[in-house]
Design a protein around this ligand. Structure first.
Ligand code: ATP
Ligand code: BTN
Length: 319
């Protein structure tokens, strides 16, 4: 908690004296120094220390302003953490004692995950790390195409905040100029025959311009695309608004009501692809989507629908 308090004060990139920081965080000047050393080493932040002036971060930080967010969503319990393992893990734990809906943000994830246990790069205060727990109250039809719906909500938030239209890659990627800018990880919690919720994990690269740990595919961020820093709280606000609109539409009218809108931002429509379905590889051309969010491929002259959280698409020409 001290750390977040100190970094919140330093986020503006201006000098703050050790005394000022110590008083605000309720710790000694020596403790300020120690904690800042720890924070900079752990989160890869650059800190300048100038005698007589104090400390300042070389690059200002855009931190999530929980109070501002919560004020705009009075009926949604929102939690914001400094550094945690994974917002999805926290959301799943929290659902044991608290009902959905709820939203969890983090400044940093030590074990951010993608599908099939892959790592999700989650540097401190640079991107959006959100898990939104959504109650499933209308049976399993409510989760048809849900990762596609979440992707659409992200595309609209990106448009609203930076004016760029991203593209969607089935089932869970958001791309800008073929580079991955966001990913979605869905996890079902509870008993599908009784009470259950879906944790919708969303990672969006906002201000990340380089990485400490390499990412083994092309990636981008909104800052790289636009040359401007994104206000992370503004983006978080926009995603929550957009999720609310699209999840309600899916719940009330089914995925088919969003199918055409999804296809209008589909990046791989008509492309020759290889789909991996377990150990099997299916080659075909993407012709569109089914009404439940299935991918529709033309395979040997026949249209076939594929669905499932573990399927992966690659372009046929890719190495
Ligand atoms: P598919 O969804 O087709 O299986 P994928 O390779 O995108 O393909 P995912 O499990 O969806 O796999 O996403 C995890 C992958 O995303 C990681 O293996 C890595 O290549 C990439 N990745 C990790 N962190 C980031 C990040 N912050 N931004 C963009 N890409 C990332
Ligand atoms: C993917 O492309 O495979 C999905 C990536 C999902 C990353 C987000 S970041 C917030 C939430 N917490 C996690 O550990 N993962 C998701």
């Amino acid at each position: 908690m001290y750390m977040l308090k100190l970094l919140t004060l330093l986020a503006d990139g201006n000098f703050h004296s050790g005394n000022e920081l110590g008083v605000a965080a309720g710790i000694s000047r020596a403790a300020v120094w120690k904690r800042l050393q720890g924070a900079t080493a752990e989160f890869g932040l650059e800190l300048q220390s100038v005698p007589g002036k104090g400390y300042r971060l070389s690059h200002p930080l855009s931190l999530i302003n929980l109070n501002a967010l919560q004020a705009n969503f009075p009926y949604l319990p929102i939690f914001a953490y400094d550094s945690i393992s994974s917002t999805n893990e926290y959301a799943k734990k929290m659902l044991a004692t608290q009902p959905a809906p709820l939203a969890i943000f983090a400044e940093h994830q030590t074990l951010g995950r993608g599908r099939r246990g892959r790592k999700w790069n989650s540097p401190y205060a640079q991107n959006l790390y959100l898990s939104y727990a959504w109650p499933v109250t209308r049976g399993m039809a409510q989760i048809d195409g849900l990762s596609l719906v979440a992707g659409l909500a992200v595309v609209r938030a990106v448009e609203q905040v930076v004016g760029t239209t991203a593209q969607l890659k089935w089932p869970n990627d958001v791309l800008i100029n073929n580079a991955k800018v966001a990913g979605i990880l869905l996890e079902l919690v509870g008993d599908p025959a009784d009470l259950c919720s879906v944790v919708i994990g969303i990672g969006v690269n906002l201000n990340m311009t380089s990485t400490n740990q390499a990412i083994d595919q092309e990636w981008t961020s909104l800052a790289l695309e636009t040359g401007k820093q994104v206000d992370r709280t503004q983006f978080a606000q926009s995603v929550l608004e957009s999720l609310d609109v699209y999840l309600e539409k899916q719940k009330n009218y089914g995925f088919s009501s969003l199918k055409n809108e999804w296809l209008s931002v589909h990046g791989w429509q008509g492309r020759e692809v290889v789909l991996s379905v377990g150990n099997e590889l299916v080659q075909g051309r993407i012709t569109g989507l089914g009404d439940k969010g299935e991918i529709c491929l033309l395979v040997d002259g026949q249209e076939r629908l594929f669905i499932g959280g573990e399927l992966s698409l690659r372009l046929h020409d890719d190495p």
